[in-house]
Design a protein around this ligand. Structure first.
Ligand code: ZN
Length: 336
């Protein structure tokens, strides 16, 4: 876009500085112009335009008055309609994208998988030092799998990459959102089907290789209440959980037929709460792809067009870890 804007700026400059003949349509007119420090004025009547033009360089024209009103000044040359339209187009296409933070804060309320260690942080210092400056520091600890976090392929695949081995390049790029929240309202154990994906593709076009596929179930509305979010009055018992997820068939289709780069979901697990064998996890990680869980605010991301950055903490050998995930959403659907 910078190139376009640069070219349009050059056009505007040329347009302003270009000598501009006084056209017949400006008559009758009084033209004022400058020669050195002197101002001159000449009244032009019908047929005297050519004579008038010989008197001055049009770049020095101060104003053209018609019927007592200023009809044109050098600055008015800026207001050339085609150039204005071009300028507006380039301005629109360079509008900064909207940024949505898809990350929940980490605190004592953060939801973790049953039996996993919750997030804990404490100050080790906070206050003025005896040397007269402020100093604050702390420690934190948590399981790798809780809050908005990324599952590395090694989580369910012995030969899969660990957190630090995932290339940064694969952690950013285009993302699409499959929205099944209405079906999930009817059935908390709903699983994304291959037909859901086909339906989405009919409306928005094929999911492309290396897209990040985000699944919106609407479960974000229950965060951070563990009973509602995990769908159980005993949220620390993994056998009792109820929330939606990816079916094995849908995950197979996405990974092998569409070659996506990863998935994300607004629940605690890619597999539905009632899963006992975590097939969606297995299928995804055996293909060395990653998954992101407890993704926030998916209702603010469009079905297509967002660019998502999901950068996890770089734990060497980590099976997963907290991720800072943001979506950049273009303000205009069209670009040059
Ligand atoms: Zn996980």
């Amino acid at each position: 876009m910078m190139v376009y804007r640069f070219l349009v700026s050059i056009l505007i400059l040329l347009n302003i500085s270009r000598p501009r003949p006084i056209h017949g349509r400006d008559e009758p007119a009084i033209i004022s112009w400058r020669e050195g420090s002197k101002k001159h004025a000449l009244s032009l009547s019908e047929g005297s335009v050519q004579q008038g033009r010989s008197h001055f360089d049009a770049r020095s024209v101060l104003s053209v008055r018609k019927h007592g009103k200023i009809a044109r000044t050098p600055l008015a040359a800026f207001f050339n309609i085609p150039i204005l339209i071009l300028w507006l187009l380039t301005s629109c296409t360079t509008a900064p994208p909207r940024i949505v933070d898809l990350t929940y804060p980490f605190d004592e309320q953060t939801v973790y998988w049953p039996k996993n260690k919750h997030f804990h942080r404490q100050d080790t210092a906070r206050g003025m030092t005896t040397n007269g400056y402020w100093y604050a520091s702390g420690t934190f600890s948590a399981s790798e799998h809780g809050g908005t976090h990324l599952d590395a392929p090694v989580h369910f695949s012995s030969s899969g990459m660990s957190l630090d081995e995932i290339s940064v390049k694969s952690l950013l790029g285009p993302a699409i959102v499959l929205d099944i929240h209405e079906a999930c309202q009817e059935n908390a154990d709903y699983e994304l089907t291959v037909q859901d994906i086909h339906n989405w593709e009919q409306q928005y076009g094929l999911i492309e290789r290396n897209d990040l596929v985000l699944l919106r179930t609407g479960w974000g509305a229950y965060w951070p209440d563990p009973q509602q979010y995990l769908g159980s009055t005993t949220p620390d018992n993994s056998l009792t959980l109820h929330f939606p997820g990816f079916s094995a068939e849908a995950m197979t289709f996405l990974v092998h037929e569409r070659q996506i780069r990863g998935v994300g979901i607004d629940t605690a697990s890619m597999d539905p709460g009632q899963s006992k064998d975590f097939q969606a996890h297995q299928i995804l990680t055996k293909a060395n792809r990653y998954g992101i869980e407890n993704v926030a605010y998916l209702d603010q991301v469009p079905p297509r067009g967002a660019t998502v950055y999901a950068l996890p903490i770089k734990i060497k050998g980590g099976t997963g870890g907290p991720v800072r995930m943001i979506a950049l959403i273009p303000q205009q659907p069209w670009t040059f």
